[in-house]
Ligand binder design. Structure first.
Ligand SMILES: [Zn+2]
Length: 279
């Protein structure tokens, strides 16, 4: 009888242990993951994927690259990656995480926590709510960023045409994320944001009045689209953007805490240096 009782106690103990592990395994794995991803480098294969496909990454110097690697690792780890009609590969994850790291590079620890899920579709899709064909969208209510993989690839295939759906959707997530309470919200400077909205409204009006304007017409849709399109130009045509709209460029540069045009100008000067010396 006593043995039976002992066996029963052990059984209850083991079962509650299993139940505990089952219930908290995700949290345990998360804790282990968070502790280890700081120690392990982004793999060589992932680094060469970024080098091949992300010109922003390719142009970074040593410390910047290390920082970018860390950001990509964190994003890879933190997001849930879901394929719809397509198998999600590491290449897709690394390249999409790269787009997010690029847009958020000025904010060291920003993970856009509200947007936990990244949905990847093979190509253009129909939005069930609007019936419209789309190449990407950000759904704040579901905490989701949705991307057509074919169009994501096209965006980076021509890195200087100011069309990049990856950067565009990440910009939407950044814009919305600034106002959603997650503990990392309000990361954009409030006064700069206010100034940005005034400048943006001026440009939106010019675009819709068919007056001379620099951005493509879609930027005139509303403030959110203006911001997302501006981010595409910011990374893909920084020097031309700065020349065409210096005040708007300067404000966006302060808002995102980075300056891609200055980088291009510095590397151009460096490239010209030996020519000057030879004269
Ligand atoms: Zn948009």
């Amino acid at each position: 009888m006593e043995i039976l009782l002992k066996a029963l106690v052990i059984l209850v103990f083991v079962l509650s242990g299993v139940a505990f592990l089952f219930k908290f395994s995700k949290e345990l794995m998360d804790a282990v993951g968070i502790a280890t991803y700081g120690l392990v480098r982004l793999s060589k294969a992932h680094r060469s994927t970024l080098e091949q496909w992300n010109p922003f990454y390719k142009n970074l110097e040593g410390p910047g690259r290390k920082q970018f690697d860390r950001r990509v690792k964190e994003i890879l780890y933190e997001k849930d990656w879901v394929g719809k009609g397509i198998a999600v590969t590491w290449e897709m994850k690394v390249r999409i995480a790269g787009a997010m790291a690029q847009v958020t590079f000025g904010f060291d620890d920003l993970l856009l926590l509200h947007f936990k899920r990244i949905f990847i579709l093979p190509g253009e899709f129909t939005n069930p709510r609007t019936g419209q064909r789309q190449v990407g969208e950000v759904i704040a209510g579901r905490g989701a960023i949705v991307l057509s993989w074919a169009n994501f690839e096209q965006g980076y295939a021509k890195p200087d045409d100011a069309h990049n759906v990856g950067l565009h959707e990440m910009a939407h997530a950044l814009w919305l994320g600034n106002g959603i309470d997650t503990g990392e919200d309000h990361f954009m400077d409030a006064a700069t944001l206010q100034h940005w909205q005034e400048l943006a409204q001026g440009e939106i009006d010019r675009i819709n009045d068919h007056a001379g304007h620099y951005f493509r017409k879609y930027a005139g849709t509303n403030q959110a689209e203006f911001f997302a399109v501006a981010v595409e130009y910011f990374f893909e045509q920084p020097v031309a953007f700065k020349e065409a709209l210096p005040e708007v460029y300067g404000c966006l540069s302060r808002l995102l805490r980075q300056d891609p045009a200055a980088k291009v100008e510095t590397s151009l000067q460096a490239a010209l240096q030996p020519l000057v010396g030879d004269r």
